[in-house]
Ligand binder design. Structure first.
Ligand code: SF4
Ligand code: SF4
Length: 227
């Protein structure tokens, strides 16, 4: 059946009216900054203090677009008689973002938490060669990395936090035991005689300390520790 004359126009007007009443999705970038999702993959930031130059990220990158140079340095022994150790020192860390496909493998495999996603995305260049960014720029981007989201209260305690908590509890218990020991009266010395004497050579009743009576210390000799 042939369509009624003017039905196409009516359909078009209906679409226009429906769209006019909907909320607009257009973002007025660059006048207004877009609201990005917290886990946006904008660019990669490098926290070079954590980097041990293990080269894992460069080896695992499917695009081979991470360039790392380093040299070895000898570290003197920590204690006299110890052995000298050698460590890697980072000379260059660069990522070619014209090749990077933002897969995130380098960030996943880094065993030392040196690489992070930053939501920064305004680094377009007119020359493709300028998309290779060196460590200074990667470090600058590090400061734009958002803080990690809060843990789910029902989640299992992270291994690192559990280990740190156990060590802190052990240290606190050792400190308590030490202070309890120092609060105890001093041990009775060999050759001591009489009631309530303490310390080598002390005699009589109600004296305390090594060999010399202390003013005010008298009685049954129960006092032996700090006043
Ligand atoms: S995100 Fe993927 S492609 Fe880009 S540097 Fe990392 S591993 Fe390579
Ligand atoms: S994997 Fe991490 S620690 Fe190893 S070289 Fe890459 S950034 Fe540095």
């Amino acid at each position: 059946m042939a369509p009624l004359p003017g039905s196409g126009l009516a359909k078009g007007l209906a679409v226009t009216l429906r769209t006019m009443t909907r909320k607009t999705v257009t973002e007025q970038y660059p006048d207004a900054q877009p609201e990005l999702a917290p886990r946006t993959r904008g660019v990669i930031g490098l926290f070079e203090e954590n980097c041990t130059v293990c080269m894992l990220c460069a080896r695992e990158c499917p695009d081979w677009c991470i360039y790392i140079d380093s040299h070895k340095e000898t570290v003197p022994p920590a204690a006299p008689g110890g052995r000298e150790r050698s460590r890697n020192v980072l000379d260059r860390f660069a990522i070619d973002f014209s090749l990077c496909m933002y897969c995130g493998i380098c960030i996943e495999v880094c065993p030392f938490d040196a690489l992070f996603w930053s939501p920064e995305f305004e680094y377009a260049e007119t020359d493709i060669h300028e998309l290779t960014h060196e460590r200074d720029k990667l470090r600058e981007w590090m400061w734009t990395v958002p803080a990690p989201p809060a843990l789910d209260p029902a989640a299992e305690e992270p291994k690192e936090i559990a280990a740190a908590r156990k060590s802190a509890e052990k240290l606190a218990a050792a400190a308590r035991a030490e202070s309890a020991e120092s609060a105890e009266p001093p041990a009775v010395g060999p050759g001591a005689s009489g009631t309530g004497t303490a310390g080598p050579g002390a005699s009589g009743t109600g004296t305390s300390g090594p060999g010399a009576p202390r003013p005010g210390a008298a009685g049954d000799g129960s006092e032996g520790g700090p006043a």
